[in-house]
Design a protein around this ligand. Structure first.
Ligand code: MN
Ligand code: MN
Length: 285
C-alpha cells in the first residue's frame, strides 16, 4: 500500500520538475533550552494548508506556481553528521540550478546551506548573535551558526537583523571582527531603513535565514529560546518583499511544536509562503 506523505501546500512531490525545492530538516540535537524543533517540518506543512492560494497584496496565486517538496532529510544524531547531510542535499539542488527552502529544525542547518550556495550575501534574522566559536564543546551548535556562516562568506557578506541577545564575549568578537548587525531596538524605533539600504548597497543574490525567535514572542511564542522585545511579522514581510527574486535560499528555523498552540507554526508557514509568493510574482517559480 502506498503511503502518502504530507507536502507543503501547493507543492509537487518531484524536485526534478521544479526550480525551487522545499525540504525538511528534523533536527534539534544541540537545543539548549526548549527542544522540539525536530517536529517543526511536519507542523509547518500542516499549517500551510490554512491559507488561501491567492496573495491579495502581490496579486499572484500560489496555485499557479511550480515548486517541489522533497520531504525530510533523514534524522541524524551528531551535529557534524547533520552538517554533512544538509550540505550534500542542498548542494545537489543548487548544482542543478534550483533554489532551496528549508524547513527546520534548529538553526544549525543554516551553515551547511550557506556552504551549498555560492557567492551569496547572507541575511540572518535572529534575536541572538549566535556568534560563539563553540557552545558546550560543539562548533556546530545552533548558538554558533552565525560564526560558522562568517567563516565561509566573511563579515562583509553577512548581515544580522533583529538581534537583542548576546554575551559579553560575543559583543567583543562582533566589534573586533566588524560583523554588520541591526538591532531589534533600532528597527522598532526607526524602521527598516538601515537594513534595506544595506541590502541595496550589496547587489548579490541573497541567502535569507529566519530564526523565528527574531520575531517578538507575542507573535512567535513557541521557539527554542524566546526573547522578548522583538520584530513584528510586518518587518519580516517587508524584508522578504524588498529582496524579491534575489532570494536564492531561505530557511525557517527554531519553531518548537511541543510549546505551540499553532500560532508559531502558522506564522512560519505564512512567511515561507511569502517567499514563495514573491518568487512567483517575479516569475522565478
Ligand atoms: Mn539562531
Ligand atoms: Mn535565536
Amino acid at each position: 500500500m502506498a503511503i502518502e506523505r504530507l507536502l507543503f501546500a501547493d507543492a509537487i512531490p518531484d524536485a526534478e520538475e521544479a526550480s525551487l525545492v522545499i525540504f525538511g530538516v528534523p533536527y534539534d540535537g544541540t537545543s539548549s533550552y526548549r527542544p522540539g524543533a525536530r517536529f517543526a517540518p511536519h507542523a509547518i506543512r500542516q499549517a500551510s494548508y490554512n491559507f488561501e492560494t491567492y496573495h491579495p497584496d502581490l496579486k499572484v496565486d500560489l496555485g499557479d506556481a511550480t515548486f517541489a517538496d522533497a520531504g525530510d532529510l533523514p534524522e541524524v544524531g551528531r551535529s557534524e553528521v547533520l552538517v554533512e547531510t544538509v550540505e550534500e542535499a542542498a548542494s545537489s539542488y543548487v548544482a542543478s540550478g534550483r533554489r532551496t527552502l528549508a524547513l527546520g529544525g534548529e538553526h544549525s542547518l543554516t551553515a551547511p546551506l550557506v556552504g551549498a550556495h555560492e557567492d551569496v550575501t547572507v541575511v540572518i534574522l535572529d534575536a541572538h548573535m549566535d556568534f560563539r566559536d563553540e557552545y558546550l564543546g560543539d562548533p556546530h551548535s545552533h548558538a554558533c551558526v552565525t560564526r560558522r556562516v562568517v567563516d565561509q562568506v566573511g563579515v562583509e557578506r553577512t548581515l544580522v537583523v533583529g538581534v537583542r541577545s548576546f554575551s559579553k564575549e560575543e559583543a567583543a568578537d562582533v566589534a573586533a571582527m566588524g560583523l554588520p548587525h541591526v538591532s531589534a531596538t533600532q528597527i522598532v524605533e526607526e524602521g527598516l531603513e538601515d537594513v534595506l539600504s544595506t541590502l541595496e548597497d550589496r547587489p548579490d543574490p541573497v541567502y535569507l535565514s529566519l530564526d523565528m525567535d527574531a520575531l517578538d514572542p507575542a507573535y512567535a511564542p513557541a521557539v527554542g529560546n524566546p526573547e522578548p522585545l522583538g520584530l513584528t511579522p510586518r518587518h519580516v514581510v517587508e524584508i522578504i518583499q524588498a529582496l524579491g527574486s534575489r532570494i536564492q535560499g531561505f530557511d525557517v528555523t527554531e519553531v518548537s511544536p511541543p510549546w505551540d498552540q499553532g500560532i508559531t507554526a502558522a506564522l512560519a508557514a505564512r512567511l515561507a509562503r511569502e517567499v514563495l509568493a514573491v518568487l512567483h510574482a517575479e516569475d522565478v517559480i
